[in-house]
Design a protein around this ligand. Sequence first.
Ligand SMILES: Nc1nc2c(ncn2[C@@H]2O[C@H](COP(=O)(O)OP(=O)(O)O[C@H]3O[C@H](CO)[C@@H](O)[C@H](O)[C@@H]3O)[C@@H](O)[C@H]2O)c(=O)[nH]1
Ligand SMILES: [Mg+2]
Length: 190
Amino acid sequence: MQDDPIRVIDEQLLSDDHAPLKKVTFEQRRSDGAWQRQEREVYANAGGAAVLLFDRARRTVLLTRQFRMGAHLAGQDGFVIEAPAGMLDGTGPEQRVRAESCEETGYRAKQVRKVLAFMPNPSALTEIVHCFLGEYERGDKVAAGGGKAEEGEDIEVLEIDAGEAFAMARDGRIVDAKTIILLQRLQQEM
Ligand SMILES: Nc1nc2c(ncn2[C@@H]2O[C@H](COP(=O)(O)OP(=O)(O)O[C@H]3O[C@H](CO)[C@@H](O)[C@H](O)[C@@H]3O)[C@@H](O)[C@H]2O)c(=O)[nH]1
Ligand SMILES: [Mg+2]
């Protein structure tokens, strides 16, 4: 495209284990018309989907707590509180959150609805996370939850008062972006 302000010059594959990490050399036409060459490293990780489940009668939400190496390397203990979520790898977002809800928390979601999608880091990651709100009640527990041990998952299920979860997203006890976004959205809708 003649008017395209971006020209990709080269893509170098730096590593390709769990997902490809690329160094992309490109030129950008600046607002003054001059072309400027730059390099950026981008991790082409899979998209994901997350769901916040709410029990309207008891005013509770279902969250998970699991070890995350990124948080650990950032200097925290690495145990992160999150809404149930998974990577898409071939399945659609709604199917993924229904499956992850059962695998991670043991609860079957009654109904789920997509509220938004966001990119956690549009500079360095290709990842898009599709976010859903849903409802559950006590009788919807159909499995033990806890995640897949053979994949290294050892997930603690937290069923907590929604007001307490909103406070945790405000005061820093919850740092995960998708979880903060979903809690704020649920709070807005209540
Ligand atoms: N070998 C290997 N396996 C990995 C790696 N990263 C993930 N996995 C495997 O992939 C599984 C991913 O579990 P899911 O429940 O599908 O995904 P998730 O990690 O919960 O992803 C969700 O949260 C992430 C963190 O916020 C989001 O980035 C992602 O989009 C999604 O919402 C893990 O259990 C693990 O077995 C890796 O670097 N190496
Ligand atoms: Mg998960």
